[in-house]
Design a protein around this ligand. Structure first.
Ligand code: ATR
Length: 275
């Protein structure tokens, strides 16, 4: 019997993770299945519990269950504990381990695929939701000189900055007071998904060599349009981050590191090369 893995979330129908892990499994010659596991918003523990009781080996966890998964795990990796959120659950001899591979996925995409430096850079992050809490520690660990978190509700930005300050220089501010000297601007405002962005001053991008949207879609997002119009040299969506965080999960489960470049090329939205 192949080992069983799945991605749990609500909604989950549009998740690309099964396609990504199928290509990883083929590439690394692993006998495994990877499916979508739907769960009603109030039933994470029941559905995940039944999956593992039935012999499941690992889960990826997406919205809205990342915090519930942190509480569900027997043990957390340091980066998951810092994020307060889990996107990967793995069965081990020491019980169920919860990890968070989102930040590592972002850094790997920026530095590995896009050639965008993180070390010694000033990074401006727009938004202060759960996704930001997961990635700030990884950006600091990768050598970011300074991170500014700008959010509509500055108190939420300040909470994340305070939690991460022991790791490096992190400041918080209101969205309309964001600095204009960032080398890299990362969007984590979830409103971008529905096609609307708050009106932001293009001067925020005046020094930026790259602009990165943590979400991805079939077409360029409103943030990407905004950055392109402002003349930023490198403008990208978060599809590479999705594949890279999946590769980190796969490595945790299978002990093997798949090559991500061909998988990104095959599955990127808008390409027709679906395997
Ligand atoms: P995620 O887990 O994807 O980060 P989230 O936790 O719901 O999502 O966070 C959403 C982020 O988008 C928050 O930073 C939110 O700002 P507030 O903290 O002020 O709510 C931001 N956001 C959502 N809609 C927005 C809008 N119309 N204008 C500005 N910021 C917005």
């Amino acid at each position: 019997m192949p080992d069983r893995y799945a991605v749990i979330g609500h909604p989950i129908e549009h998740s690309r993770s099964p396609d990504i892990h199928r290509l990883f499994a083929e590439q690394c010659e692993q006998s495994m299945t990877y499916t979508r596991l739907p769960a009603p918003p109030d039933a994470f523990e029941a559905v995940a519990g039944a999956f593992f009781a039935g012999g499941g080996r690992g889960l990826n966890v997406t919205l809205p269950f990342k915090q519930a998964a942190a509480a569900f795990a027997d043990r957390l990796t340091e980066r998951a504990a810092r994020a307060g959120a889990v996107n990967t659950l793995a069965t081990t001899d020491q019980g169920l381990v919860g990890d968070n591979t989102d930040g590592a996925g972002l850094v790997a995409d920026l530095t590995g695929h896009l050639g965008v430096a993180v070390a010694d850079q000033h990074i401006l992050i727009l938004g202060a939701g759960g996704a930001v809490r997961g990635v700030v520690p990884s950006l600091l660990a990768a050598g970011a000189a300074r991170i500014t978190i700008a959010n509509r509700s500055p108190d939420k930005a300040e909470t994340i900055a305070t939690a991460c300050r022991s790791m490096g220089q992190v400041t918080a501010c209101a969205l309309d007071a964001a600095p204009q000297d960032a080398d890299l601007v990362i969007n984590a405002i979830s409103a971008g998904l529905s096609g609307t962005m708050p009106a932001l001053d293009a001067s925020l991008l005046s020094q930026a060599v790259a602009a990165y949207d943590m979400i991805y879609a079939d077409q360029a997002t409103p943030f990407m349009h905004w950055a392109e119009q402002a003349g930023v040299a490198q403008v990208r969506d978060g599809f590479g981050m999705l594949v890279e965080q999946a590769a980190e999960s796969f490595q945790l489960w299978r002990g093997l590191r798949p090559e991500t470049g061909p998988v990104i090329a095959a599955l990127r939205p808008g390409t027709r090369a679906h395997a």
